[in-house]
Design a protein around this ligand. Sequence first.
Ligand SMILES: Nc1ncnc2c1ncn2[C@@H]1O[C@H](COP(=O)(O)OP(=O)(O)OP(=O)(O)O)[C@@H](O)[C@H]1O
Length: 367
Amino acid sequence: MSIQVDVQIRRGAFALEAAFEAGPGLTALFGRSGSGKTTLIDLIAGLARPDRGRITVGGAPWVDTAAGLILPPHRRQVGVVFQDARLFPHLSVRTNLGYGRIFARHRADPVAFAAVTGMLGIDHLLDRRPAGLSGGERQRVAIGRALLARPRLLLMDEPLAALDEARKAEILPYIERLRDEAGIPIIYVSHAVSEVARLATTVIVLESGRVAAAGPAETILRRADLVPIHEAEAGALLDMVVEAVDDATGLTRLTGAAGRLLVPGLSRPPGTRLRVRIPARDVLVATERPRGLSARNVLAGRICGLAPAGAETAVEIDCNGARLVARVTAAAVRELGLVPGRDVHAIIKSAAFDPAGIGLLRPPTAI
Ligand SMILES: Nc1ncnc2c1ncn2[C@@H]1O[C@H](COP(=O)(O)OP(=O)(O)OP(=O)(O)O)[C@@H](O)[C@H]1O
């Protein structure tokens, strides 16, 4: 299932003109405040009408202005999750969940109900009222309600923005499961690099109502010129597998194309596939293998690109097919003679490994 969007709309002084395609997994719409993310969600959900354009979901046209077609929201089979959960306060969680079903116009399916509540970890909350739930629990119920309407597409507009860090950490694994198990494309609006890095299969960068870049999360997020919020947050995403707990250090040993990494604070069983984000600011470059260094993680590689990143330079390093990126000053580039093709060592500071930023990874199943 995929979705194709090619739309134009003017809202006051703001003009949106955007085209993109989203496949299975989670597609992040990423951009500064005011870049048009919510406008795009409104157009896909049917809450706004484009001046011109087409939206097609799984081959079915939802919008085709040339043909005079604009399906109303209730005929779009789309689930929407907003920043606030928007549950009915006087109803139990179980009844709130049922509301999605009523609009889907089909009868209760106890198997689907149990699968959704199990996936979101909300079985034990069914008889409670929203007021007694934490913010994270409420959002999980809101996601469950959207899923039980059997949408062909799930739109999530900054679903974690109103939660504190602890609640965000609690809900992120459920969104990972949703991405990997729900079997429907998810379009996810965020301006938090860490969230996008952890969750996104594909990233669409919006700038002033236009698509500035689109592609796999690994490719987009390491480019400082495309990470629009704070270029210091650009970084690499490495696909790694848990090997074992290292006896000597008690750290978890991860292995991947780039080599081995020792990471603190992870309790994942061997064989677990992870996405590890390594911010460019936490990577140093050495032209010889460093000795007498406190950093444990040193990966050998070859410079494959240099790009300006604000006052500094982003050095892209190919470590056996995996790409790392380091931010260094222009002076260091000159003094160390950093040029494409040069063999180097990337030293990863331990600050790079924030356990909250390490996500579970499973390839999305094609549907
Ligand atoms: N109904 C409207 N009338 C006029 N201008 C509008 C309307 N709705 C949105 N805009 C403008 O369109 C631009 C894009 O807004 P939008 O909400 O899509 O951005 P966003 O990327 O979702 O921002 P944020 O991250 O702050 O939610 C903004 O400049 C906004 O002021």
